[in-house]
Design a protein around this ligand. Structure first.
Ligand SMILES: [Fe+2]
Length: 422
């Protein structure tokens, strides 16, 4: 996998692309473009907006999409109108809406609509809203899964909603590698850092990422900032805002919780885990992962990728050793099933491990040092999206041998599965 970290401006290339796209004519004089903007487009109304639109994969195979959006006061319509770019035939799907209360906050109507049985590798346009508040977006379904199917993933974690967050999202959107799906590594809005977990910060975050998340699926992983456990506010249901706002297709991988699930996309089989849910022996997450890993058909999806918020190999003093409980339980499975790469966030920095494992230790034998292991995953921490907590300074010195590269900076990643080997 090629991992590129991008901090450059691509404005000139982008301008050239636009000029080429619109078919400019060249002659001896100046240039007159033949693209004509449509005559009139009214401002979106203030009183009936449809905002915070985002999409994610809607089934395990990639033929489904979940479209989510919020209407602030009235439910409006649950309907999504959609059609293939190559067809004028319009289809419609019906969704649902939910609301929730959190201390002194009441959410808007959060709509979720799952569209099934789409064609692979096809661009669809979709419309939501009613009357003059109707808004139109588009997305592209992935190609059918297969070992040599080309695809490009974006990787973002711990984004928050600062000016640095804005830079990260803008760089990702303008990256010429053109990520098609974001693997999101947890910690979204950081609303719990505000007084009373100010849930309006969930709304502003949804509005902030809409410019990308309405057009390409974001594959969600829950982080510690999604727990929102606040007994002092009499809010004792973990993940309440997150689970109301971000629906995922967990049932299609026979999971019993939206906090852990799987999807296939192109040549990758992606397993999402929850660092903040019980994961010891006999727990629901443990049983699900135990049964899920043997199902992966590497002849169809040779790339086996795991997402979890908290890294289990980390040489930063921030969150040092916090992934140990997950490592003790699951690392031997990652080696047994030859997971290619484990992506994490949480530590606001970048770090990439060598292929190592630490599974020999049994409390009696003293063999507790990571060793080189070609069956082990590469562990990549990319928890550096730009949130208000700032960078994770404070590397553990000297750099341990399991750590191949580390850097404290903000940004995003691009992952391009190529061939059958990392
Ligand atoms: Fe975190």
């Amino acid at each position: 996998m090629e991992l590129l970290r991008v901090f450059n401006s691509f404005a000139i290339c982008f301008l050239c692309l636009i000029l080429t796209s619109f078919g400019f004519c060249f002659c001896n004089g100046g240039i007159t473009g033949n693209f004509v903007r449509k005559e009139y487009s009214p401002d979106m109304p203030l009183d009936s907006d449809v905002f915070r639109v985002h999409i994610t994969q809607g089934d395990i195979d990639g033929r489904g999409v979940i479209i989510s959006w919020i209407t602030p006061d009235e439910p409006g319509s649950n309907t999504v109108i959609y059609w293939s770019e190559n067809s004028s035939h319009k289809n419609q799907a019906e969704g649902i809406f939910v609301r929730y209360n959190f201390f002194n906050y009441t959410s808007g109507c959060i709509h979720h609509c799952t569209i099934h049985k789409l064609e692979y590798d096809t661009k669809y346009i979709y419309e939501i809203g009613i009357g003059n508040s109707t808004r139109q977006f588009w997305f592209e379904t992935p190609p059918k899964s297969g070992p040599d199917v080309p695809y490009t993933f974006g990787l973002i974690g711990d984004l928050g909603q600062t000016h640095d967050s804005n830079v990260t999202l803008t760089h990702y959107g303008s990256n010429p590698k053109k990520g098609k799906t974001v693997l999101y590594l947890g910690d979204l809005s950081y609303s719990n850092d505000y007084p009373f977990h100010d849930n309006s910060r969930w709304d502003t975050w949804g509005r902030f990422v809409e410019r990308n998340a309405a057009y390409q699926p974001w594959i969600w992983t829950a982080g510690n900032h999604e727990i929102d456990f606040a007994p002092e506010l009499e809010e004792t249901t973990p993940f309440k805002p997150y689970k109301h706002r971000y629906h995922v297709p967990y049932k299609s991988s026979y999971s019993t919780s939206p906090l852990w699930y799987s999807i296939k996309r192109a040549s990758a089989y992606i397993i999402v885990l929850s660092s903040y849910s019980a994961n010891g022996k006999s727990t629901p997450q443990y049983k699900w992962l135990r049964d899920e890993l043997p199902k992966v058909d590497r002849s169809e999806t040779p790339w086996l990728i795991v997402l979890m918020h908290c890294p289990i190999y980390n040489s930063n003093s921030h969150h040092f050793m916090e992934g140990e409980t997950m490592r003790v339980v699951y690392e031997s499975w990652f080696v047994k099933y030859k997971v290619d790469v484990v992506f994490s966030g949480h530590v606001h920095a970048y770090e990439r491990s060598n292929r190592v494992s630490n599974i020999a230790y049994n409390i009696l034998n003293g063999q507790c040092t990571p060793v080189n292991d070609q069956s082990a995953p590469v562990y990549i921490t990319i928890g550096d999206g730009g949130n208000h907590d700032g960078p994770a300074l404070g590397m553990v010195e000297p750099q341990p041998s399991f750590s191949a590269y580390r850097e404290t900076s903000f940004g995003h990643g691009i992952g391009i599965p190529m061939g059958n080997l990392l």
